[in-house]
Design a protein around this ligand. Sequence first.
Ligand SMILES: NC(=O)c1ccc[n+]([C@@H]2O[C@H](COP(=O)([O-])OP(=O)(O)OC[C@H]3O[C@@H](n4cnc5c(N)ncnc54)[C@H](OP(=O)(O)O)[C@@H]3O)[C@@H](O)[C@H]2O)c1
Length: 308
Amino acid sequence: MILVTGVSGALGGLVLERLVEAGGAEVVGGTRVPAPGSRGARRVDFDEPGSLAEALAGVDVLVFVSAGYAEDDVVLARHGAVVDAAAAAGVRHAIYTSLAGSGEHLTIALAHRWTEARLAAAPFATTVLRNGLYAEVPAGLAAGGTDVAARTGVFGAPLGAGGISVVAREDLADVAARVALQADADLAAGRRGRHAGRVYELEGVEKVGGEDIAGVLAEELGRPVRYESTSPGATREALDASGLLPYQVGHTLSLFSNARAGLLAADRDRGDLQDLLTAPPRPVRRLIADAVRAEAARSAAESAAAAV
Ligand SMILES: NC(=O)c1ccc[n+]([C@@H]2O[C@H](COP(=O)([O-])OP(=O)(O)OC[C@H]3O[C@@H](n4cnc5c(N)ncnc54)[C@H](OP(=O)(O)O)[C@@H]3O)[C@@H](O)[C@H]2O)c1
């Protein structure tokens, strides 16, 4: 049996969808709050270690989706509890969604690398999927800058001249589902898993910087848009005032600093993404354009409603 954690989240949900579509394997979704009456979904809450024995009973292949939205101590406790519970429950192969090598200096890397080390010492086979940053990162910046760009023709972001290599979440879900199905098939056939002990770098193959985002905004808004790199200090002040939780401010600033330093641009020929996909990676600029269009439509609808 394959169990996917975090299935009400975007990545876990997509992985589960692919596994169910593929058919042929027994698949179950894990989530903190299963929908009332939902058949087959198991309650999986990493913050409740005592509940994990039941959650993981009978699971051969665990697709362990990281649960990174918290301070480091909380994330480490969560992830450690999953590794311990998987060992105790007799899980045979765990596939963990980690962070790509280009993100090594991000603050979020700490919890991922710690989890990788815990998994490496576990008594079951493991595969680490080092996921690149999602295309939602620049798409979010573009959407957030849509209104101002439409009014002023300027897109501001603290990215300096740096670019971020990003990947469509759908591609990462395709890879995770494929690896899980093959791991399950290998176990069923009594073969040594072809993915056992492997660490895959799923770096994005497209690099997106401030100029690129301004280009998409210009195209979608039908007007010239110029990129202006804003200062990290001003960004920190704005984030502090934005109502984000303290750890979110830290992680967000770390992302911008890494981008500015040119550390988030991956060597596009060195990753494993294209080898593990059965189709070319999805174009991320289209995802950014979709986000801008959705934001422009939302803003137009809001203005129309306000005018009534
Ligand atoms: N590569 C990137 O750019 C990037 C960006 C952001 C985040 N991430 C990491 O990738 C993970 C998956 O991304 P995503 O896009 O699917 O995020 P998402 O849509 O926010 O989903 C995260 C899911 O994590 C699960 N979760 C949270 N706390 C949990 C807990 N205590 N026990 C068990 N599950 C818990 C939840 O699933 P249920 O609600 O079903 O319990 C939640 O929906 C994130 O959690 C984060 O660690 C990566």
